[in-house]
Design a protein around this ligand. Structure first.
Ligand code: AHG
Ligand code: MN
Ligand code: MN
Ligand code: MN
Length: 334
């Protein structure tokens, strides 16, 4: 009979994280749970705007250029404002870093908490106007014990993050989160307004059969990447070639990689010497999730989470996904 009746025991994200924190005992004050609640609200708010974008004149350019020289879309700017407001108001943050803001925001004393949040408010801007999946990426550090909040608190290796995650705005809104003990996925039940645990303990398959690169950049790629792509497209029998899937929203490409396995890559190349993706709020959170799901995240020559950032908008090459696939790529660099 249990198969025929809907469950009355819904595991919401807040319930799940709270249980997790309670297991940690006295060390946990509930502050991280409250911060994650604030982040959930921003994802719901952004999700409703994404859905209505075409109807409420939210598509197209905002008219400004961000610090990376990209033209901002209206949804980039709105999502950034939603996140900055909610994170400041949560009272749990000390430092905020956003893709869309040149400088870090240091939270004033009356609203200050002990966490730093680095975020890409809207990832996949080029896909907005076509209604293709986009998302929000975030990583969380705790301020250093002697700090009142400064940019130094986020210029630390990704391995020191206490949590990381993303929300993908697709056919449903999916929030994928790690607080350092595995990865869980939650789906927004819009009628309840709650993220419900639907993907407990996500583990990346050890090997996949999908590769996800922007091969339009092939003529700029360096020899190790060219060699690797050749090896999966023209394998020696009895192996068969991999399938290509590239959405162009990191959130969506990584989400598929976590669930199906395979490899996602955005290499450095002859044109972009450090690649395209930003270390703090794209590479680190996705590397954190990948490792927590049993995969590997590398620049080709070193572990991404070991990099010590020198600037908040620094870029880095990214290869991540199934353990065996990423190992094969690393071999091409050796
Ligand atoms: P954003 O929209 O936040 O600026 O990020 C865009 C990133 C990322 O989502 C994606 O993986 C990559 O850019 C796609 O770049 P290409 O269009 O060069 O393939
Ligand atoms: Mn951008
Ligand atoms: Mn992005
Ligand atoms: Mn973005």
């Amino acid at each position: 009979a249990s198969e025929e009746t809907p469950s009355v025991d819904l595991i919401t994200l807040t319930r799940h994280v709270l249980n997790d924190q309670l297991r940690l005992g006295a060390a946990a004050t509930g502050d991280l749970t409250l911060l994650l609640t604030a982040i959930q609200v921003t994802s719901k708010f952004i999700a409703t705007n994404v859905r209505k974008a075409r109807l409420i004149n939210l598509v197209g350019l905002a008219g400004e250029t961000n610090v990376q020289g990209e033209e901002q879309k209206k949804l980039d700017v709105l999502s950034n404002d939603i996140m900055v407001n909610a994170l400041r108001a949560s009272g749990k943050t000390a430092v905020l870093v956003s893709e869309e803001l040149e400088d870090a925001i240091i939270i004033e004393e009356k609203n200050r908490g002990k966490y730093c949040v680095v975020f890409d408010p809207l990832d996949g801007s080029s896909n907005i106007d076509a209604g293709v999946n986009i998302g929000t990426i975030f990583g969380i550090y705790k301020v250093r014990s002697d700090s009142k909040g400064s940019v130094e608190d986020v210029l630390r290796p990704g391995s020191e993050m206490v949590a990381a995650g993303y929300t993908m705005y697709g056919s449903s809104a999916n929030l994928v989160l790690s607080t350092g003990s595995g990865v869980n996925g939650y789906t927004l039940d819009a009628s309840l307004g709650e993220f419900i645990l639907t993907h407990p303990d996500i583990k990346i398959p050890a090997r996949g059969k999908i590769y996800s690169f922007n091969e339009g950049n092939s003529m700029y790629f360096n020899p190790p990447v060219v060699a690797y792509l050749k090896s999966i497209k023209y394998p020696a029998a009895p192996k068969t070639p991999y399938s290509a899937r590239y959405i162009g929203s990191m959130v969506a490409d990584v989400h598929r990689t976590l669930l199906y396995g395979g490899i996602f890559g955005y290499p450095d190349d002859k044109k972009s010497k450090s690649g395209k993706l930003r270390l703090l709020y794209e590479a680190f959170p996705m590397a954190f999730l990948t490792e927590q799901a049993g995969g590997i995240a590398t620049t080709g020559t070193k572990r991404i989470l070991d990099i010590v950032p020198t600037g908040i908008h620094e870029r880095c090459p990214v290869f991540l996904g199934s353990k065996d696939d990423v190992q094969d790529l690393i071999k091409c660099y050796e």
